[in-house]
Design a protein around this ligand. Structure first.
Ligand code: ADP
Length: 588
């Protein structure tokens, strides 16, 4: 007889659990012993092949049959012309295709003229079908002890074994699938958890590759991503951390295949001798040559993407003679392709943001330098203008000229204030000029600030109080800069408060911070204005407030100084009721 499980393809490990292997082996041996046959083999359908996993019979038959893989289509073509013996299908040798010897194993038994005698090319099998009628395995029986084709009694006995084998095979496949699903779900969980935490592709690969290789029982893996402009790069990041340069041809094939596979939402298995649609003969040859060159038997090619966009591909490899990629594995890999796609997209968004922040920082620095340069250039001529205006004062000029000069003097002084503020703003915004902190008693700083505004406060009939404890309130910072903070806040409070009211500067220690509060009973600031209060050149939309002279730079300077000291500033205010500016600074 011909044994259908013997087409000369590579042997593959069954991947069965030892228990399943044993139970199938017992069934095969039962057939040989009880039903009286020399050889019985049980095969499982895997990846369009029948793979023999349990063989009973002579050591020679076992050696030749175990692990053999036969393309399924060769077998099903033969079975189309079989006699239907219930669960058993019998193809007498005279009906077999002529070239069956080329792919099937033929036992060494004598050919007899007797019509009922067993012929070496006779084929007796029991296909094992699942509930949907799909063939999941096959029992193949050969070499009857009595040398005859089996009669009704023998067939009944064989049928009982076939039914038993069928149940065992289906149970095993189910168990296997379940175990596989659990294993792959665990892999996916690990990959997602690790990949989503990473901030570079190399790290994503590092963190997920171990789980992927282990979970998929792969030999190795690599990931290729497409650039943001959608082009594939020639570099693949391999498991051992090396970067492998791929030929332009392979990159192009991988890129196109990834897009096709992503559009169809499927994975692709590539191996020598396997037909893969979507690849031309020549392309397949190139890929298989590559696999040969790195000693890989088969790959599971997985597209990575998000939504309609394909972002790259993941390749898992197995050695020659390695297990086949199951549908469950392919499905799980595609899911992981989606998760990795999301991680890559997030990574890109992060990188884009990071770049943008860097660009903005560079722009900000440039702006600062520009302002500083312009301010310096303006300062010198302005100083001489102010000087000459002073010299002209009281020179007994005509009244109209005196008036004009005084207006020029006011304007020039205002310009000096703006320029001084701009210079300070650029100084405190310059990262190359960091704060050199030391302990600063804020009580002294507050007293100086109040002194500085004493004249203005008196003119406006304002009472300015300091509410401080009798011991030092030490902030950690630059005394001149902290001086600017307090004098700006106090002078604003004085400037923007109606006569007759009061201003309080309160100092306190709060944990490892010191708190300065500058409270007034002034005009207050609308909620809308509060939002832009600390931006450069902002001046109130409140006409009463704008009537007071100012550059709109004071609070921007205050905010920068507080920020570079590692502190915070906040404001509470209500129109018509007053404002409180609260600054928190690290305590010394
Ligand atoms: P300037 O006082 O030179 O205009 P600032 O940056 O110090 O610039 O303040 C910006 C604006 O915030 C001021 O024009 C003013 O309208 C408002 N402002 C600041 N401090 C107070 C305050 N204590 N009360 C009311 N409005 C204030």
């Amino acid at each position: 007889m011909t044994n259908p499980a013997t087409a000369a393809t590579r042997p593959g490990p069954s991947g069965l659990s030892p228990e399943a292997q044993e139970s199938l082996q017992l069934i095969a041996e039962g057939i040989t012993a009880v039903a009286g046959f020399g050889v019985a083999a049980i095969g499982l359908v895997r990846d369009e092949h029948l793979e023999m996993v349990a063989v009973a019979g002579s050591p020679q038959a076992r050696g030749e049959l175990t692990g053999r893989r036969t393309p399924l289509h060769l077998l099903t073509t033969e079975l189309e012309v079989a006699d239907d013996w219930g669960l058993l299908k019998f193809v007498p040798h005279e009906r077999l295709r002529s070239d069956v010897e080329t792919w099937a194993w033929v036992p060494q038994i004598e050919v007899s003229d007797d019509a009922e005698a067993w012929h070496p090319l006779d084929m007796l099998t029991a296909p094992l079908l699942d509930d949907d009628g799909a063939m999941r395995g096959l029992v193949s029986i050969d070499v009857p002890d009595d040398g005859r084709r089996p009669g009704p009694t023998r067939r009944r006995l064989l049928e009982r074994y076939a039914a038993q084998a069928s149940r065992a095979v289906l149970r095993e496949l189910e168990r296997e699938e379940l175990a596989e699903q659990v294993r792959l779900a665990e892999t996916a969980r690990k990959v997602v958890r690790r990949a989503s935490r990473q901030r570079s592709l190399a790290r994503i690969l590092d963190e997920s590759s171990e789980a992927l290789v282990e979970g998929f029982r792969a030999l190795g893996m690599w990931i290729q991503t497409f650039d943001e402009d959608g082009l594939g790069s020639g570099t693949v990041h391999a498991l051992d951390g090396t970067e492998v340069e791929l030929s332009a041809g392979i990159v192009e094939i991988a890129e196109r295949s990834a897009r096709l596979a992503w559009a169809a939402q499927r994975t692709v298995v590539v191996a020598r001798g396997r037909l893969e649609d979507g690849l031309s003969e020549d392309e397949r040859e190139q890929v298989v040559d590559l696999l040969d060159s790195i000693d890989v038997g088969s790959i599971l090619f997985v597209p990575l993407g998000v939504g309609p966009e394909c972002l790259g591909n993941l390749v898992l490899t197995r050695p020659h003679g390695g297990a086949w990629w199951s549908d469950t594995e392919a499905d799980a890999a595609l899911d992981i392709g989606r998760d990795l796609g999301t991680a890559i997209l997030n990574l890109r968004a992060f990188e884009r943001e990071h770049r943008l922040v860097q660009e903005l920082q560079a722009l900000d620095q440039y702006k600062g330098q520009l302002i500083a340069t312009v301010a310096h250039e303006l300062k010198n001529p302005l100083t001489s203008i102010v000087g000459y205006l002073e010299m002209l004062e009281g020179e007994g000029l005509a009244q109209g000229v005196e008036q004009a000069l005084s207006a020029m003097d006011r304007g020039a002084r205002r310009m000096v204030r703006v320029i001084d503020d701009l210079l300070l703003l650029s100084k405190v915004g310059d990262p190359a000029n960091p704060v050199i902190p030391r302990p600063v008693d804020l009580r002294t700083v507050a007293a100086d600030a109040v002194d500085l505004t004493a004249v203005a406060a008196r003119q406006r009939d304002l009472e300015v109080r300091i509410d401080a404890p009798p011991y030092p309130v030490l902030a950690s910072g630059d005394p001149d800069e902290l001086d600017r903070v307090l004098s700006n806040l106090v002078s604003n409070a004085v400037k923007y408060t109606e006569p007759g009211r009061s201003v309080t500067v309160a100092l306190a220690r709060d944990g490892d911070e010191v708190v300065v509060e500058c409270r007034d009973e002034g005009f207050g600031i609308s909620a809308e204005d509060q939002e832009r209060l600390f931006t450069e050149f902002f001046r109130s939309t409140n006409p009463v407030a704008v009537a007071q002279p100012g550059t709109g730079l004071g609070l921007a300077i205050v905010a920068r100084i507080v920020e570079r000291h590692g502190g915070r500033i906040e404001v509470e205010s209500e129109l018509g009721r007053g404002s409180t500016f609260r600054v928190r600074l690290p305590a010394a």
